[in-house]
Design a protein around this ligand. Sequence first.
Ligand SMILES: [Zn+2]
Length: 148
Amino acid sequence: MKILKHKFVENIPDIIEDNVLYVSMEYETVIHKCACGCKNEVVTPLSPSDWSLTFNGETISLEPSIGSWSLECKSHYWITNNKVRWSHKYSIDEIEKVREVDLDDKLKYYDKSNTPSQHNSAGELEKQHSAQKKFNLLDWLKQAFKVK
Ligand SMILES: [Zn+2]
């Protein structure tokens, strides 16, 4: 069974080490590298509509499970007391269902954290596109308020 370490940090570090859960209370976010070893960073924002963090003084648990349906690996696991417990992989249907509910929250995070570097993967393009859409909406709102 995979066991993670946790680190309480103020800022999310540039280099995310394998098997480490970075917990930032400042940014209400936990970040770690996908437990499957695919090297993708998995961000779990802490909020009533996202994830809850439990720290018992020694280990960390996150609820609900972590479903990386936007990643190629489609990993799905729980982190309980710093241990990774694997679940079944999401089916396409399940992914779509969760996505609908979750996409908005996810985008909010990506808008904040997405650094405009290279955007060459499909996922990155999707994010960029969504951010763009959001940006336009904001513009539109600003204009609407100016006009009135
Ligand atoms: Zn993975």
